[in-house]
Design a protein around this ligand. Sequence first.
Ligand code: CA
Length: 240
Amino acid sequence: MVAPFPTEWPEPDTVLVVEDDDALRESLAHSLASICRQLRTAGTVADALRECAATSPDIILLDLGLPDGDGAELLGRLRQMTDAPIIVLSGRTDEDQKVALLDAGADDFLTKPCSVAELQARIRGQFRRVQVSSAARAWSQLSVDGVEIDLLAQRVVRHGQPQRLTPTEWALLRALILHAGRPLSPRQLWDIVWAREFGDFATHVRVHITHLRRKIEPDPSMPRLIVTEPGVGYRFAGPR
Ligand code: CA
């Protein structure tokens, strides 16, 4: 039995923390540094808008009490700029306020103070949701030059012929799709799909990629869905 999705997930590239309390902002930044590649911070409405425009964050953590403007209004403006999940960080919030914030585009709430573990879990949870839904969306629409692929139904038809993928090939395909647009190294694919410590991963991955391409590429001799990134690995190019 293969898990529905890989157990390892991409982490957000950029997290934006909007909080005017210096000590709290530093502490949040410290807690999140290990689960994202780039951490940006802002202490005012003006900084938050500037950072959001400049860095296109994958997740925004937003304190509502800011010195130069209304946090709820900022939430609405951020929502117009980005589809990234916005987690509202607040003191006590009553139900009416919560509903208003959800209407304005908030995705989740965290009540201060919160533990590092909870903070990280919420950030990861929101990011996974985005990854799964965007991957699933891309996948459900995938029909390229005589090849139809349905990840959720586990169905591939290539030039009129249903293809049988092995559990390993499905796992490989899922991993590539979930990271669509970003290359994965053979080592990363090995860790995600095989989850073994030892072995000739380079050969394993290369052989399985070759098998998979024969089943899902319109023309396996000129791969366009699973693209080789020389010196890096493989990238799922997705439907275009
Ligand atoms: Ca504040």
